[in-house]
Ligand binder design. Structure first.
Ligand code: MRU
Length: 361
C-alpha cells in the first residue's frame, strides 16, 4: 500500500519523498543518504527521530525539511501534549539545520496552531496542520512549475530548438514532497512536449546532483551529469540557455542562499548573459532580513563529508571511501549567498518577480 502510494506517477521510483500514516501517527520517508545506490524507506515515530533524519540529511531540501519538522511536532504532541513538550520539540527541531528558513516557517506555523488549543486537542490539531502544510507544498510547487514553464516556453519561442537548462544541487521532488521547485518547470515542460535537456551538476560534497540525475532519469527527461566546475565553461560556449536553481533562504531584497557553488554559477551566468532563475515557495523568503551576506547563517557541516565519498565498490557493495585523513583540516560551508543583482527572477507560486520587486502580499 505504501509502495503503491509512493510509486503512483513515476515508473518505478517513489514520486513522494514522504508519506504520513495518520492512523499509526508516524511518517515514512525515503532515506536520501542511501540514494541513488539504494531505495530505502524509514519510519519516523518521534520528534527526536525527525530531528536525527533532518540533521543527517535523510530528509533534505528546504521545503521537505519544513514539512517533516511539522510532523515532528505532531508526533511530539501524540506522546505528550503539554506546553513543556511542545517547547522542547520546537527548540530541538529548530536547531537541526540553520540555513533553510522553511524549517523555522513551518515550525512557527504549527506551534502557533497547536498552542492555541487545549492539550487534549493538540495531537489532532497538529496532525491536521502538518497534513495541510504537506498538501500546500505539493500545490505550491506545482504552481511554481507552471510559472517556470511560461519562462521556458518564451525561451523556446525565441530559440526554437532544444532548451539547455543547468541546475545545481537537488531542487527536485526529493527536496520537497512532490514536483520540486526548480525541477517543477522542467517536469511540466517535459510533459508538455517542450524539447529540453538538463545539465546536472554533481554538487560536492554531498553530491545531491546524483539525486537530481536519479529523478530526471525516472521522469525520462534528457540530461547530462557534470562536475561542479564545468558549468561556466558550458556557458561560455553557448551551451546553457538558462540556469534554474532552488533556494534555502531569500532576503526581502532578493539575495539568495542556496547550496554551496550556486554563487559561482550566477557569476558565470551574468558574464555570459545567461538568465539565472531561482524557484522557491514564498515560505523561503525571510521578510525579516535584507542583506543575505551578513544576515544569513551559513551552515558549516562535518568535515567527514569531504573526507569520505559514498559509492559502490567493485562488487557493487555500498561503501564510504576515504580520500582524506582525519587530521587534515577541512572547511565545509553548506551554502553560499548569490546577491540579488545576479538573479534574473525569483519564481514563486505567485508568479515570477525581479529580485527587488518581491512583496509579502
Ligand atoms: O543541504 P540540502 O541538500 O538540504 O540543500 C538543498 C539545496 O540547497 C537545494 O539546492 C535547494 O535549492 C533548496 S531545496 C529546494
Amino acid at each position: 500500500m505504501l509502495w503503491n502510494t509512493l510509486c503512483m506517477k513515476f515508473k518505478t521510483r517513489p514520486v513522494r519523498s514522504l508519506v504520513a500514516d495518520q492512523q499509526h501517527r508516524h511518517i515514512n520517508i525515503v532515506d536520501q543518504t542511501m540514494l541513488p545506490f539504494a531505495l530505502e524507506m524509514r519510519t519516523l515515530t518521534s520528534w527526536p527521530d525527525v530531528a536525527e533524519a533532518i540533521r543527517a540529511m535523510r530528509v533534505r531540501g528546504a521545503p521537505l525539511i519544513g514539512v517533516t519538522a511539522a510532523y515532528g511536532i505532531a508526533m511530539a504532541m501524540t506522546a505528550d501534549a503539554t506546553d513543556d513538550a511542545l517547547d522542547r520539540a520546537h527548540a530541538g527541531l529548530l536547531v537541526t539545520r540553520p540555513t533553510a528558513v522553511n524549517l523555522a516557517w513551518a515550525l512557527t506555523r504549527i506551534v502557533r496552531h497547536t498552542r492555541a488549543v487545549e492539550p487534549p486537542e493538540r495531537a489532532d490539531t497538529a496532525w491536521a496542520e502538518a497534513m495541510k502544510i504537506e498538501a500546500e507544498d505539493v500545490a505550491t510547487n506545482h504552481r511554481i512549475g507552471t510559472h517556470g514553464l511560461d519562462i521556458l516556453r518564451t525561451l523556446h519561442r525565441q530559440q526554437p530548438r532544444t532548451i539547455n537548462i543547468l541546475t545545481h544541487c537537488n531542487a527536485g521532488r526529493l527536496a520537497c514532497v512532490e514536483w520540486g521547485t526548480a525541477t517543477s518547470a522542467i517536469y511540466q515542460a517535459h510533459q508538455a512536449g517542450l524539447p529540453l535537456h538538463v545539465w546536472v551538476e554533481e554538487t560536492r560534497p554531498r553530491n545531491q546532483g546524483l539525486i537530481t540525475q536519479w529523478e530526471l532519469e525516472d521522469a525520462g527527461v534528457p540530461h547530462t551529469y557534470l562536475t561542479d566546475n564545468a558549468g561556466g565553461h558550458l556557458m561560455q560556449h553557448g551551451r546553457v540557455d538558462a540556469v534554474f536553481v532552488g533556494a534555502d533562504r531569500i532576503t526581502r531584497h532578493g539575495d539568495v542562499a542556496n547550496k554551496i557553488g550556486t554563487y559561482l554559477k550566477a557569476l558565470a551566468a551574468k558574464d555570459n548573459n545567461v538568465p539565472f532563475y531561482v524557484a522557491a515557495p514564498a515560505s523561503t523568503i525571510d521578510w525579516t532580513i535584507s542583506d543575505g551576506l551578513t544576515e544569513i547563517e551559513i551552515e558549516e557541516r562535518s568535515g567527514d563529508e569531504l573526507r569520505l565519498l559514498r559509492g559502490l565498490d567493485r562488487n557493487r557493495m555500498l561503501c564510504d571511501f576515504r580520500i582524506l585523513d582525519d587530521d587534515v583540516a577541512v572547511g565545509n560551508p553548506g551554502f553560499d549567498v548569490t546577491p540579488a543583482r545576479l538573479v534574473t527572477a525569483i519564481i514563486t507560486e505567485h508568479g515570477s518577480f525581479e529580485p527587488d520587486k518581491l512583496s509579502p502580499s
